[in-house]
Design a protein. Structure first.
Length: 426
């Protein structure tokens, strides 16, 4: 199923009368303050967030999984789902694949399909947290960290195969998230596990094409509950530095212990030019993978504030590869992704509205109250009319979620794919 400009224009006509006065009111107000509206709209139009192939079906917990009707059953289905979200929002112009879940059959056809929908291939992800059929050795006790060199070699070879697949599709980066860790004190020699991981990552890094980046993701716990080899940003940064210039740390918002100051981690990594990848989601307790912005929108804004500051001031840091890494247990995955994309855009635009000069001056004057006021003033601005305008100018939907529902897109997917479906890879 494909959406075209005609269908979207027709839908947009329903909302334009409400949108126009709201947009002009906000634009006038901000322009009077010296905000360059055109530039903000262009920035919104440029922001593209990759959708992970594993977020297009219903996720689950260890207690069960409730299938969502019309789920994608193949890589082609997943790409066309991302195409729908991208057509509605003009913000999801990339897909991130997980191997071996998404091994492409006909590479040429897959590339053509993606190109026809304006979708690029973002980072490819390796999977050494599950054993695959007919594997000679098991990842039960870890992969790149394993005490058994034969297991490490298997895991390294898998990463090299993932790079090969990515090369064929046009990806330019590899994300490594490891489940490696220990469940009980005494199980690991911490130093040996870290050293093995570093040696393995260096091997993978050296095998990457010269124009590729390596993203090293960290996570403090789960699936191992005593220790994780790459537990935090410091360990990830150390490993990235040991690999080389094109290795970076990847932040996943759910991969922190409660109350960690993530915005400060963003600032630290960007100052060092080492923030390469970014996974959005939200959480109340741990790696909950909830809809972005659904629980802690102010934290998301503070994080974006540091991202914007870093993008403007740290030219040594590449623009991070943005991705949503969420799991949809009870909502329609596509609706959930639409909500996440909008939450990302809202926090981004609010951060763009921060009066940076005023804030620097207030900080110099040590005016704590004013500093807080400046941040909160931006956060409390309803920026949705600007985001709608950006979508309108990109021929996307003024109201993606309402349009998705009005066109009964899920109903159409169910008609095409069936009512009981299991997304491939889950
Ligand atoms: C596991 O925690 C995880 O959610 C990581 O965030 C990875 O990015 C993702 O799975 C895919 O491997
Ligand atoms: Mn992640
Ligand atoms: Mn995670």
């Amino acid at each position: 199923m494909k959406l075209n400009a005609e269908i979207l224009n027709e839908q947009n006509r329903r909302f334009i009368k409400t949108h126009e006065p709201e947009y002009h009111f906000l634009a006038d107000k901000l322009e009077k303050r010296g905000v360059d509206i055109k530039q903000i709209i262009e920035k919104v139009q440029e922001l593209q967030v990759a959708i992970p192939s594993w977020a297009l079906g219903a996720g689950g917990t260890r207690f069960g999984r409730f299938s969502y009707q019309g789920e994608p059953a193949s890589l082609e289905d997943k790409i066309s789902d991302v195409g729908l979200i991208h057509a509605l929002t003009n913000t999801a112009g990339a897909i991130s694949l997980h191997i071996p879940w998404d091994v492409p059959g006909d590479v040429k056809a897959i590339k053509e399909l993606a190109a026809s929908l304006g979708i690029e291939f973002d980072a490819v992800n390796s999977n050494t947290f599950q054993d695959q059929p007919n594997m000679k050795k098991s990842y039960r006790f870890g992969s790149l960290c394993n005490t058994d060199s034969a297991v490490r070699e298997l895991a390294i070879q898998h990463n090299l195969e993932v790079i090969d697949i990515g090369k064929k599709l046009g990806s330019k980066s590899l994300t490594v998230w490891l489940a490696d860790g220990s469940n009980f004190p005494g199980q690991h020699n911490f130093q040996e596990a870290l050293q093995n991981t570093q040696d393995s990552l260096q091997h993978i890094y050296k095998s990457m094409p010269d124009d590729w980046k390596l993203f090293v993701e960290y996570k403090p716990y789960e699936p191992n509950f005593y220790s994780t080899v790459i537990q935090d940003w410091g360990t990830s940064l150390m490993l990235a530095e040991a690999c080389g210039d094109r290795a970076y740390t990847l932040i996943d918002l759910g991969h922190h212990l409660p109350n960690t100051n993530i915005e400060q981690i963003v600032a630290t990594l960007m100052m060092k030019g080492k923030l390469g990848g970014f996974h959005f989601n939200d959480s109340k307790y741990g790696d909950d993978d909830l809809t972005v912005g659904s629980v802690k929108p102010y934290s998301l804004f503070l994080i974006w504030n540091e991202l914007v500051y870093g993008m403007e001031n740290n030219s040594n840091n590449p623009i991070p590869a943005w991705m949503i890494d969420a799991s949809h247990n009870i909502k329609d995955p596509l609706e959930d992704l639409l909500q996440s994309l909008e939450a990302i855009q809202i926090a981004y635009v609010q951060a763009l509205l921060v009066d940076q000069n005023g804030l620097r001056e207030a900080q110099r004057q040590q005016d704590v109250t004013l500093s807080q006021e400046i941040l909160q003033d931006a956060f409390r601005t309803d920026v949705r009319p600007l985001i709608r305008e950006a979508r309108l100018l990109s021929n996307a939907a003024l109201e993606p979620l309402l349009t998705y529902r009005a066109l009964n897109l899920r109903g159409q997917l169910i008609k095409e794919r069936g009512s009981y479906t299991v997304a491939s890879g889950l």
